[in-house]
Design a protein around this ligand. Sequence first.
Ligand SMILES: Nc1nc2c(c(=O)[nH]1)N[C@H]1C(S)=C(S)[C@@H](COP(=O)(O)OP(=O)(O)OC[C@H]3O[C@@H](n4cnc5c(=O)[nH]c(N)nc54)[C@H](O)[C@@H]3O)O[C@H]1N2
Ligand SMILES: Nc1nc2c(c(=O)[nH]1)N[C@H]1C(S)=C(S)[C@@H](COP(=O)(O)OP(=O)(O)OC[C@H]3O[C@@H](n4cnc5c(=O)[nH]c(N)nc54)[C@H](O)[C@@H]3O)O[C@H]1N2
Ligand code: SF4
Ligand code: SF4
Ligand code: SF4
Ligand SMILES: [Mo]
Length: 905
Amino acid sequence: MDKINLNINGTDFIAEENETILDVCRRNCIDIPTLCYHPDLDIKYGSSCRLCIVDIEGRKGLQPSCSTIAAEGMVVKTHSDDVVEARKLILELIIEDHPLDCLTCEKSGDCKLQDYCYEYDVKGPVFNINEKVCGKVRESDIDDTNEFYIKDDSKCINCGLCVRACNELQVISAIGFVNRSDEQKVAAPFGKTLAESDCVSCGTCVSLCPVNALSPKHKKKMRKWEVEKKVKTTCAYCGVGCQIDLLVKDNEVVGVEPNYSSTNKDLLCVKGKFAYGFINHKDRLKKPLIKKNGVFEEASWEEAYSLITEKMKGIKNKYGSKSFAGLSSARVTNEENYLFQKMVRAYMGNNNVDHCARLCHASTVAGLATTLGSGAMTNSNLELLDSDVIFITGSNTTETHPVLGAFVKQAKNRGAKIIVADPRRIPLAYKADVYLPLKPGTNVALFNGIMNVIIEEDLQDSEYIARATENYEDLKEVVKTYTPEYAGSICGVDPDEIRKAARIYAEGAKSSILYSMGVTQHTTGTQGVMSLSNLALLTGNIGKESSGVNPLRGQNNVQGACDMGALPGDYPGYQKVYDEDIKRKFESGWGKELSSQAGLTLTEIINDCGKGEIRFLYIMGENPMLSDPDLTHVEESLINTEFLVVQDIFMTETAQHADVVLPAATFAEKDGTFTNSERRVQRVRKAIEPIGESKPDWEILTEIMRRLGMNERYENPRAIFDELAGLTPQYKGMNYDRIEEEGLQWPCIDENHPGTRYLHKDAPVRGKGLFKPADYMSSYENSDKEYPYILTTGRILYHYHTRTMTGKIEGLNNLYPNSFVEINPTTASRLKINDGELIRVISRRGEVKTTAFVTDDIQEDVVFIPFHFTDGAANRLTHTELDPVAKIPEFKVSAVRLEKIMKEV
Ligand SMILES: Nc1nc2c(c(=O)[nH]1)N[C@H]1C(S)=C(S)[C@@H](COP(=O)(O)OP(=O)(O)OC[C@H]3O[C@@H](n4cnc5c(=O)[nH]c(N)nc54)[C@H](O)[C@@H]3O)O[C@H]1N2
Ligand SMILES: Nc1nc2c(c(=O)[nH]1)N[C@H]1C(S)=C(S)[C@@H](COP(=O)(O)OP(=O)(O)OC[C@H]3O[C@@H](n4cnc5c(=O)[nH]c(N)nc54)[C@H](O)[C@@H]3O)O[C@H]1N2
Ligand code: SF4
Ligand code: SF4
Ligand code: SF4
Ligand SMILES: [Mo]
């Protein structure tokens, strides 16, 4: 490609193909004012503010630089007299209509319009054509119905950024322009308020609005210049790993803005953008607590440390290593997970360490490691944009990985086809080319049915199969019987729709699978995962860009917690505890004798606590009293545990059962790293000092290890990272300097390695991709006469897990204060249950009262309860039967019955 030479303001520059003049200028730090520009919006729709006009020699009139492509030999002036004069006129016209209440306007000091008026010497209205009095805001201009932001039409300059971001980037289309000419304004369609609209409160429009027409609701009263610092860090909710800036004033986080990155571009969801209030919340744990005679009393760190380490030593002497277990956390940093598993292994002397990945993607880690050689997401977030088929199954992507959900919809707008298989008509099902509403628990049958069609119609990639896989004959043999008719009869899905899905998936040049809990949380979870891997191998949709098998990892750092060896069978980097060479490597690294026997899994640990076999349990950053199956059983186990330490940021349902509660600092109060779902190791940066006497988890662990005689002295998380990178092959080439800007995706095997965007290039990591076919097996519990409905559980957009954090956010609680149960209208009318009625849901484990939400987005005879709430807790109902390989519980299928609550007369 030839270079494009152009001259800007007397200096020569080189442009890339199809680069606009504005982009060339921005790349070279030449300032051009813009009010409606965004790098990810299509330039086709051009400039609406026209402030970016420039003078191009030989062209008549001034040209908008944002939509003019740089051409060879161009001579451009960005600040000629004509340009400056024209910009001034544009600003004067905008200001003419703008309430000049800068004295009290919240945006003052952070307003692009104000800045440009200053720069171009625009002092106020000059035409006096408008009757509007400065500073006067009509009541009708305000829409404050949304929980998180306010819209003030009087300040809108019609730049269109919000509308375009909502349509093109978040692909929600909640707002648009209504009315014409002078009356044009931004609003939800059909006269709806924002609260009545499709708005999902992602806040993208609020972050982008150049003036105060869209502003956050719960903002502290302060001027922009009072923000002491902006600290770039990683969102602490889900595994997308969005990059954000925390705005800090007086040791308080007072706002969040997206920080443009290769992880999330400029997008966030409602939790990342607006749910930061938990950080400085008054209910934060601020002092260590020790339970005395059944009541918690505040204690000093010295007392708490002494008590814990004395008990550890005492129990070890009396009962031996096997009486210990520790639950690590997918919420805390890599450094902290590394220390935690080191403490368990090197001091407690066993491998009884696990964490919530057991409840989540244990079946992925086991399944994909077997078939492909690595259990991680194969591709990267941004690669989704270029997929041409996306098969989404058991992932409610727009609610649980919202930014990836937006990327899926952007891909659809670029022409990608979408297939959704989910028992609930999730938001993406409405965008799907094929929607397969399968019965919960029938994944393997459906995936076998899809593969049957592919083989039957000769749509497989025979070249790839021959070159890069093994055991194909077995697969053929197993899926032979799963004709679409047979598979459809198991799944309750129309056979022709199975055919259609199979053809679309197989014919895509870059077909990508996204899956999550709807596939993993079954007694057949590992088989479900391996079936998806079979499907990708069968069609050669692996080892290339924008394709692959993508388990969407849930928690902010669940990928990292697994990578760091918070797993009973694995040291950091998935190195096996039973491998003697590996054991020796860690023994010499840590200077301690280690055990080569795999430890207990989380689900087994809870069982053994109940039986009195585990006497000391250390829980860091987990809340099993709401998140584990069969809460009655969990409660008995925790009560039975001789000594329980809980280290959390809030007093949780689990901490209530503890003997000692240690106050931890949040992600905003510490340094470290999180690894997101696409294997990207990103920095977490300290923005404020720890609240009260709370301490970062790494500091607490370091002190406990020191007191246990382990000689550990870590100055800071950077030092811990350097130690862990040395022992973890996938992280070997990383250090804080290298990950400073954009992070690095593992594997990154030496200091020159650029990181890995997608896995299994050339061939699967294990050498050959292994087909591991399975026959369909039914779930552990099926509906019967006594319990005629299937309960499936999961999440909603507006809450996160056990609500320790989102439950502190007023707007989220106003939207979703209580638990509810989704019921199909036919089921509801059969049982004479009305929408909004309080009903009883009963399983073999227990019962809850919760509110009926009647919707045809759920199929007949299936009900759904989100597991976030203490009232109506879904896990009172779930059972503890496990997948035999991964030991993951079957959160997605339990049998229940529904009962009306008879009013007492
Ligand atoms: N807002 C929010 N986001 C989150 C979280 C949160 O709590 N709140 N948690 C994070 C975590 S840790 C995780 S693991 C992820 C989970 O993310 P997801 O897995 O997307 O969330 P779930 O709601 O558990 O379940 C996903 C879907 O599985 C479907 N499903 C149920 N049974 C079956 C079945 O048998 N087959 C198929 N194919 N589908 C089925 C459900 O209808 C549901 O739509 O979300 C992460 N993101
Ligand atoms: N019925 C049902 N149950 C489920 C699921 C389901 O789909 N259905 N999904 C399962 C899945 S996938 C998951 S991942 C689990 C999640 O289960 P949990 O991990 O138990 O849920 P969280 O609420 O995320 O708990 C994390 C805890 O860490 C604390 N915390 C946050 N930040 C920090 C920190 O920096 N330091 C410390 N020390 N603590 C911190 C929080 O306050 C919270 O108490 O739930 C599982 N349970
Ligand atoms: S908050 Fe998000 S969904 Fe709502 S209008 Fe703004 S961009 Fe659209
Ligand atoms: S509300 Fe803000 S972003 Fe939207 S058109 Fe008006 S000024 Fe532009
Ligand atoms: S998508 Fe996930 S990582 Fe991004 S802002 Fe939302 S919760 Fe945070
Ligand atoms: Mo999870």
